[in-house]
Design a protein around this ligand. Structure first.
Ligand code: CS2
Length: 492
């Protein structure tokens, strides 16, 4: 495809008729939201909901920001920030062009421009998808990690921050100084209780700078927690070629996703919000039960499939799910170990589970187990350990959960079952690998070493034989028999 046939405002009218496009004039939209972390997930989820809303309420366009790299900005700038969302399942494949992102800033290139955007009185919401590690916190406690290198750097130069907490706090400080009402902070990442957690993290960061500012953030800034759900694998070259063929135009960075989408939002927006509910979002008073359900059921199963599936040689989630033992393992883990820990009056958890199983089977998504396996040290607490603690308190079994956790331990040793290297991506990767190296293939020493990582397991779990026992046994089985046979054994 040549560059003059690129997706852009001027080529929108050339799209085939069946491709949905903005039902509004993107140039007439004004910005009401700054979003930190314009990755694939944001573009397939929140930005699509806003795209639905902009026709009736054009004041909620998005100013995006990348906190690290310039590649997304560069790719989308050439196409007027338009991009394609490809929705795929076994039954359907449709394309839609989204126009809700007005511009993208690259924070490290020029934090001033981003901060100025965040301080614009027209901006009423700053939302975030910066991944678990982007909050610079301690995953086990949910507190800010003041020793995090990005936090150390921002505390030394608080007026030119680069971390998410640093940017939020500096923008809120400037708004306060200029007598501009604070924006509402809306985290959209898979953290437990993401509203209170992010509120605490930014208040703790501010407290290291100025007590009055910390008090202001604690009492006068609203944080609306959300539960977000849509499976969005990384876009591949093959996806791009297929989508370009469907568009008849070149899109440098489309996103691919499933039909399912869910967004549950805590209704705390003292300075105004879009009517999210008219575009399918659910507004609730307390989002925590929804987050707990989603993190434990979907993400807990996802990580289990990621570690064990990767070790067993399955490249994607749907490949792993095609193995009946893997499917049975996650289904029974949900039914017998996770669902009893959840209280969701008015919702049918059995149906929720069945829908998840079906979503994981989606053959049209090439969701790599390796991708989901990333950053496990940041994900394990909310995906497994809350469930584990509830089960242990009830004196109940945790065998399948323990196998998922042992799968992570086996994976982060950095060596696969054939002796090949695993490309482990994790902020703690070096330390995790060193623990593996020191313990060798001795499951007792290995489990003890990993359970001693307090950022993940906290201080108490490793001393509980009802936890350490099943984890060590599962790890021993993984070394002895390999992942495929161990999953068969545990799946019964
Ligand atoms: C996945 C999530 O990569 C991962 O860790 O478990 O991104 C998952 O696809 C989403 O949370 C689904 O909503």
């Amino acid at each position: 495809m040549t560059s003059d046939r690129r997706l852009s405002l001027s080529t929108l009218s050339d799209l085939p008729d069946d491709i949905r496009r903005p039902a509004y004039d993107p140039t007439a939209v004004t910005a009401g939201i700054v979003h930190l972390g314009v990755g694939a997930f944001h573009r397939a989820h929140q930005a699509v909901t806003l795209d639905d809303l902009l026709a009736s309420d054009p004041q909620w366009g998005i100013v995006g920001a990348s906190l690290r790299r310039a590649d997304m900005r560069d790719a989308l700038a050439r196409q007027d920030n338009l991009y394609t969302v490809a929705v795929r399942s076994g039954e359907e494949a449709r394309l839609r062009v989204v126009g809700s992102i007005k511009s993208i800033h690259v924070a490290p290139e020029d934090p001033e421009v981003l901060l100025a955007a965040m301080c614009d009185p027209a901006i009423r919401i700053v939302s975030l998808t910066v991944t678990e590690k982007g909050y610079c916190h301690d995953p086990a406690t949910g507190n800010l990690n003041p020793a995090h290198p990005d936090i150390v750097a921002d505390l030394a130069h608080p007026r030119a921050p680069t971390s998410a907490p640093g940017l939020l706090v500096e923008a809120l400080r400037r708004r306060r100084e200029a007598n501009v009402v604070p924006f509402t902070v809306m985290p959209c990442d898979n953290l437990p209780a993401n509203g209170p957690t992010v509120h605490r993290i930014i208040a703790q960061y501010a407290a290291l700078l100025d007590d009055a500012l910390a008090g202001f953030i604690e009492h006068d800034v609203a944080v609306a927690g959300t539960m977000v759900d849509r499976i969005v694998p990384a876009t591949t070259e093959a996806d791009i070629a297929e989508i370009d063929a469907g568009l008849g135009l070149a899109d440098a960075w489309p996103v691919v996703t499933e039909p399912f989408t869910q967004w549950v939002i805590e209704d705390r927006f003292p300075t105004g919000r879009p009517r999210f509910e008219t575009a399918g979002a659910e507004m609730v008073a307390d989002v925590e039960p929804y987050e707990r359900m989603k993190l434990r059921m979907l993400n807990g199963s996802h990580s289990t499939l990621a570690y064990l599936g990767y070790l067993a040689g399955y490249e994607t989630v749907s490949r792993a799910m095609a193995d009946p033992a893997c499917e049975r393992l996650v289904r029974d883990m949900m039914s017998e170990e996770i669902m009893p820990t959840l209280e969701m009056p008015g919702s049918d958890l059995g149906k929720y589970r069945d829908a998840l199983i079906q979503r994981f089977h989606n053959p049209a998504l090439k969701h790599r187990t390796w991708q989901i396996a990333m950053d496990g040290s940041q994900k394990l607490p909310q995906r497994f350990l809350g469930t584990v603690r509830d089960r242990l308190a009830a004196g109940a079994s945790i065998d399948r959960l323990a196998l998922g956790i042992a799968g992570w331990m086996r994976y982060v040793t950095g060596t696969d079952e054939a002796g090949g290297a695993i490309d482990v991506r994790d902020p703690l990767a070096a330390r995790l690998k060193a623990i593996g190296k020191a313990a060798g293939r001795d499951p007792e020493r290995l489990a003890a070493g990993y359970l001693g990582v307090v950022e993940v397991f906290g201080g108490e779990l490793r001393h509980d034989p009802a936890f350490a026992g099943p984890v060590t046994r599962a790890l021993a089985a993984l070394f002895e028999k390999g992942a495929a046979a161990t999953v068969r054994e545990y799946a019964g």
